[in-house]
Design a protein around this ligand. Structure first.
Ligand code: KMH
Ligand code: ZN
Length: 284
């Protein structure tokens, strides 16, 4: 395991591709809702936002024009690291998932293997991983390696051995636990996967649904960072729906502070991942 961090990167994943606005009215789906959410989550302690977008009907989309407008608006309204999902929805084709990088985010997700996803399959074959990874290197976009199962760590190691380090030289991973078909959302999964990571890697973890708190507590105790948000968690406590994404970030920030590893500033988060600074007026 790498050295233990003294502060905590909080990632917020506010929307995802799986939940309908009609079922969860607090889900941010429009650009205005997303930017307001991003601002509230930054104020609550988030350093990075993992974005899936929706069309005017509230359906998941990978439309590049819309993604580009989203990246610009979140960059304009906040100082958060802007990460676009290349996972999209399970129905999205590979070419559209690759084209997400045309929107020039700071970071993108890169899932290191196929996984059963409830009754669906989230497809990430080796050839797709390599093509996406090479494009991140070419475009100077920092990938975040999404790991849903222990075998994904093996695929990550193989990718790094064969294709070299990511743009920026930092390896940052996110353990996505508790998906029906992936590793269970518990401390045992966190420990098993973290022990297998490259020693220099930084990592966060998220637990889907009711595994959110066990995974967050295990991640903090094992020296990791946190991802929270309505992509993964819609219930704050049994029977009580989440108010909004900021509420989940506030809880993560409180846990991190209790662990004496308070939330990172956005500058610290940028240094951790070594993202290229694309903010207007900063380096342009
Ligand atoms: N929506 C899932 C099928 C990612 O963002 O890269 C994939 C996912 C992972 O959410
Ligand atoms: Zn996602």
């Amino acid at each position: 395991m790498g050295s233990v961090a003294t502060s905590t990167l909080i990632t917020v994943a506010p929307t995802g591709a799986e939940t309908a606005k009609s079922d969860v009215p607090a889900l941010p789906v429009s650009l205005d809702e997303l930017v307001s959410t991003a601002k509230a989550c930054e104020a609550a302690g988030a350093g990075l936002i993992h974005i899936h977008i929706r069309d005017d009907q509230g359906q998941p989309t990978l439309d590049v024009g819309r993604l580009t407008d989203t990246v610009e608006a979140v960059r304009e309204g906040t100082d958060l690291i802007v990460q676009l999902s290349t996972g999209g929805a399970v129905t999205d084709p590979y070419d559209a998932r690759i084209a997400v990088l045309d929107a020039m985010p700071d970071s993108c997700s890169l899932t290191c293997g196929t996984v059963n996803f409830g009754s669906d399959v989230f497809m990430n074959p080796w050839g797709f991983m390599v093509e996406l990874y090479r494009l991140t290197q070419e475009r100077q976009i920092v990938p975040e390696f999404e790991l849903f199962d222990l075998g994904h760590v093996t695929a990550l190691t193989r990718l790094l051995d064969m294709e070299g380090l990511p743009y920026g030289g930092k390896i940052h991973c996110d353990l996505v636990l508790g998906v029906p078909g992936g590793a269970a959302g518990n401390a045992q999964s966190v420990v098993a996967m973290v022990q297998a990571l490259p020693a220099e890697a930084s990592w966060s973890a998220t637990g889907v649904g009711r595994t959110t708190l066990p995974v967050a507590l295990a991640a903090l105790s094992a020296g990791g960072h946190l991802r929270v948000g309505m992509e993964d968690t819609l219930t704050y406590s049994p029977g009580r729906p989440v108010r909004d994404n900021a509420e989940l970030v506030e809880r993560a920030a409180a846990l991190a502070t209790l662990a004496l590893r308070p939330p990172m500033t956005t500058d610290e988060a940028r240094a951790l991942l070594n993202v290229k600074d694309r903010r207007k007026g900063v380096n342009s």
